[in-house]
Design a protein around this ligand. Sequence first.
Ligand code: NAD
Length: 257
Amino acid sequence: MRLEGKRAIVTGSNSGIGLGVAEELARAGAEVVINSFTDREEDHALAARIGAEHGVKARYIAADMSKGEDCRALVEKAGGCDILVNNAGIQFVSPVESFPVEKWNAILAINLSSAFHTAAAALPGMRDRGWGRVVNIASAHGLTASPFKSAYVAAKHGVVGLTKTVALECAGQGITANAICPGYVLTPLVEAQIPDQMKVHNMDRDTVIREVMLERQPSRQFATTEQIGGTVVWLCSPYADQVTGTAISVDGGWTAL
Ligand code: NAD
């Protein structure tokens, strides 16, 4: 699948899944816009590295996805986009009755409302060009719940609902909107939790991954950032022209249970 001539914006892409998605889109020939809320030399260097490695144009644009005006400005500064991947996300864990209000508001803003703002800014250009792809990185928690993750689960279910609505509003216009629902993905953040979990449970690496971390993932294997990126690239291919309004699970069977 080649994506030359297409510009992709991936929100929250200076690490983890977003970075993996940006890498796969660049590998497929797309111009990529990398984003996070920081504006460090290393952020711009990361974009330069991806551009050089894959022979594509790559830029880093700082924008805070907790702010609606920043979300819209990101799309504007990029000059619009053909592929919009809403990936930025944060997590916080607490029982509902003691869930800090500021954490609830931040999770809803970054994990859900940002996808509304960026889509609102990007869709007119996609309509003008008669082609577009909106891919929202939801979660297995967009389809199922876990205790103590009220804001995250509410936001991710909201993302799946938003995705369906955008798909219906764009149906037949060359624009598709889909959600990807990963289970546990091996990102640097997850990797960093492994030593602690090994200590807490007094288990070796493989056992703690299989028995503790992937307890809800029947394959007992992490999904990888490359697999999420590859799913995005497939959604951008003509094979997926009629795939719209869906929530695609990449979760080793989690939501089949
Ligand atoms: P991560 O922490 O590595 O990446 C999150 C990205 O979002 C980072 O680039 C961070 O800089 C960015 N970000 C955070 N706040 C931001 C803000 N205010 N403005 C702009 N960017 C911001 O985490 P990840 O695991 O790669 O998660 C990426 C997405 O995938 C999230 O939406 C997450 O909910 C989802 N997801 C992750 C997993 C998993 O197991 N890792 C599973 C399912 C879904």
